[in-house]
Design a protein. Structure first.
Length: 491
């Protein structure tokens, strides 16, 4: 038996005691905890500023809201630490700041509504901030349940068709109900029963994103098949347009029967972006944009509510005391805020209808100014970019499309909301994620956040170490006869 070969030049010799084991990978959960503590402090201080600006004594509401906020996000942090230890440490704190600021503004609007009621000698309405805390608590329950039950997000792909069917049915139920059970402000988007109401479209969009992510992975060849090549771009074949036409028809049906421009635009735009990510073909975007334009022209010609919103967008002051009042007051509020804002509690945001739901962005712009509104938009941008970073880092195609779809639906919804209140695009009636008052939106968005955190945990988790094949001892190794051609050539 020949002697073992000497170590090659430059090889690093093993120390006498061997190499120390590699340190465990950092989960960054402590950084997340510090950021959550800062979010709770920021929320409590902002509540104090609102109370001080309204010339009221410091009440128990500040401690009640602050402690409840801190307790809820402490539970969420413990759930992430236990069930998604490698998740992105910025996702939950950013949502905490947005949710906390929304709570502050809703409390501020409650104080303004109470002052108006006292001035007009009418009963003081019940505060919406109490309900918002309750809905935030239920949202945390949904968040924790998703983290616990969903051990591996890839199992959702097995039930994608079932989830897609449930989402489609949930989206269409309000259209089948009588107006008294589903209609609010002209849109049939609710399921309203005695003591219970829910907006199913908020949950349907998540189920449909899961469905389309699975379909785009399973049927990717269908969408990437070469078609016509024009203007330097590849367009799909005519017979491959069935899926995008089906989505378009569903969104048109939502617009026709439910008069919900926001949800139809959100779903179609999200699916179109996911389709582009899956195929990397600009042709799909051009076709989707054309279908979107055709749908808008059809809706404008066929439905009076779409014409009213479009005409209001073009000139809100033409019918100021009727259809243009809401948007006009929004523009006045943003102009009043200016660059630095009037200060928390010092503006008059209650003059804008639906200031705590559809127009909470206007409340931010009036009291925090362009600087504060820009800071809020940057927080949303951080949330969206971290979600897209998760989509890039995760290893499987389903996770990539799922994370990208969840991130882009927040981006599109934010663009539609901000564009509507600033007269960039027509109003759609969507709410600002994590900030606006409402239970369905908070519950759905916390479920969305939990899914994004599960994908982030899988993307950032270290790859499992591969077990080395056991090497047989030299004494038990078998001999092998080699042919001359298999040996090294003679010199």
């Amino acid at each position: 038996m020949s002697a073992p070969a000497p170590p090659s030049a430059g090889a690093f010799p093993s120390p006498p005691g061997g190499f120390a084991p590699a340190p465990p990978p950092s989960t960054r959960r402590n950084a997340e905890l510090l950021l959550l503590a800062f979010a709770a402090l920021l929320t409590t201080v902002s509540l104090f500023l609102v109370e001080a600006s309204q010339e009221q004594s410091v009440t128990w509401d500040i401690a009640k809201y602050g402690l409840a906020f801190l307790g809820l996000f402490a539970v969420a942090h413990l759930a992430v630490r236990r069930f998604a230890p490698f998740a992105d440490p910025l996702l939950l704190p950013v949502v905490a700041v947005l949710n906390g600021l929304g709570l502050v503004l809703i409390h501020r609007l409650d104080l303004g509504a109470a002052q108006n009621a006292e001035y007009n000698s009418v009963p003081v309405p019940s505060p919406d901030a109490n309900q918002q805390i309750m809905w935030t608590g239920l949202g945390m329950v949904v968040f924790v349940v998703v983290l616990i039950v969903l051990r591996d997000y890839r199992t959702l792909a097995r039930y994608s068709y079932t989830l897609g069917l449930i989402g489609l049915v949930a989206l269409m139920i309000p259209a089948l109900l009588p107006d008294r059970f589903s209609q609010t402000n002209g849109s049939k988007i609710w399921i309203r029963l005695p003591g219970f109401s829910v907006q199913p479209g908020e949950f349907a969009k998540i189920l449909l994103i899961i469905f389309f992510a699975s379909v785009l992975v399973a049927k990717r060849d269908l969408f990437t098949t070469a078609g016509r090549h024009m203007l330097g771009m590849d367009f799909p074949r005519g017979r491959d347009l069935g899926p995008i036409l089906a989505v378009w028809l569903v969104c048109i049906a939502v617009l026709v029967f439910e008069k919900d421009l926001g949800t139809s635009l959100l779903i179609f735009s999200t699916v179109l972006v996911m389709l582009y990510i899956a195929t990397e073909r600009v042709g799909w975007l051009i076709i989707g944009g054309g279908l979107l334009a055709i749908g808008f022209v059809f809706a404008y010609k066929s439905f009076s509510h779409v014409r009213v919103r479009t005409d209001t967008w073009l000139d809100p002051f033409a019918d100021y005391h009727n259809t243009g009042y809401q948007l006009s007051q929004s523009l006045f509020g943003l102009a009043t805020g200016g660059l630095a804002g009037t200060g928390l509690g010092s503006g008059r945001p209650n003059q804008v209808p639906f200031a705590n739901t559809d127009f909470i962005i206007t409340t931010i712009g009036e009291e925090l100014g362009l600087i504060g509104l820009t800071a809020v938009l940057i927080l949303f941008l951080v949330l969206i970019l971290r979600g897209l970073r998760t989509a890039i880092a995760v290893r499987d195609s389903f996770g990539k499309l799922l994370a990208a779809g969840l991130s882009f639906t927040i981006a599109i919804q934010l663009f539609v909301v901000v564009g509507g209140v600033t007269k960039l695009i027509p109003l759609t009636g969507l709410t600002t994620p994590f900030m606006s008052y409402g239970g369905s939106s908070l519950l759905a968005n916390y479920a969305l956040l939990a899914l994004l955190i599960k994908v982030s945990d899988a993307a950032r988790a270290p790859a499992p170490a591969r077990k080395k094949d056991p090497v047989a001892p030299i004494a038990e190794a078998t001999t092998e006869l080699l042919r001359r051609s298999e040996t090294r050539p003679q010199e």
